[in-house]
Unconditional design. Structure first.
Length: 211
């Protein structure tokens, strides 16, 4: 083994791919991903770097090659959860790569039913993600899951903001009937945002993990 190979194998994979992506040396970046053991931290970050940089940095035949190479990497990951997260990562970053083959396949009707099961009106779903016009048409599972998670996180942040204005004694005062009207309104707002966050998170979970 050469000295350069030893150095490359013992440095952080995310640091190495970042350098290679800046140079647009995607063959070596892909070779690096294939050689390293996939994990949910550094390796996953490295994959995201290559996917994003490649989507913005290559066209034509080079893009076709990179598309095939990325698919091979994704499909070759033995950890089902990590494999699924890579597909969702690509969608979350707004890239044009499509790795939906590793995710459950759903139609717009299936999504409608799943949304009803978690008490989310379909009109809310259509406000946060793009869906096909035909009810039987397949959805972009990765994109929908990413959008559901993003919406869940937005509601969680709103809950935290509202909760910052709720004193620790609020629940006790609520039980005693002495809660100030303004605090009661903030408490209800926090709970409503928490519940909305939970529903969006649950919808994403159901799409990713069919019963």
């Amino acid at each position: 083994m050469t000295t350069s190979r030893i150095v490359l194998d013992y440095t952080r994979v995310s640091d190495d791919t970042a350098i290679l992506c800046r140079r647009k040396d995607f063959p070596r970046a892909m070779n690096l991903l294939q050689r390293r053991e996939p994990d949910r931290r550094r390796w996953r970050l490295a994959f995201r770097q290559v996917a994003w940089a490649g989507d913005h940095g290559v066209d034509g035949a080079k893009r076709s090659w990179l598309d095939a190479a990325l698919r091979e990497v994704v499909h070759g990951v033995g950890d089902r959860r990590l494999r699924s997260e890579l597909a969702i990562d690509a969608a979350e970053m707004g890239t044009r790569w499509d790795f939906n083959a590793v995710l459950p396949a759903w139609s717009a009707r299936d999504l409608w039913k799943a949304a009803e099961q978690v008490d989310l009106p379909m009109q809310y779903v259509t406000m946060v993600t793009d869906l096909p016009k035909a009810i039987h048409a397949p959805i972009d599972t990765a994109r929908v899951i990413a959008d559901c998670r993003r919406t869940s996180e937005a509601h969680r942040q709103l809950a935290l903001t509202a909760g910052a204005e709720v004193p620790a004694s609020a629940v006790i005062e609520e039980v005693r009937g002495t809660l100030h009207e303004r605090v009661a309104a903030k408490l209800n707002e926090m709970r409503g945002q928490q519940e909305a966050s939970r529903r969006w998170r649950e919808l994403a979970h159901r799409l990713l993990n069919p019963a």
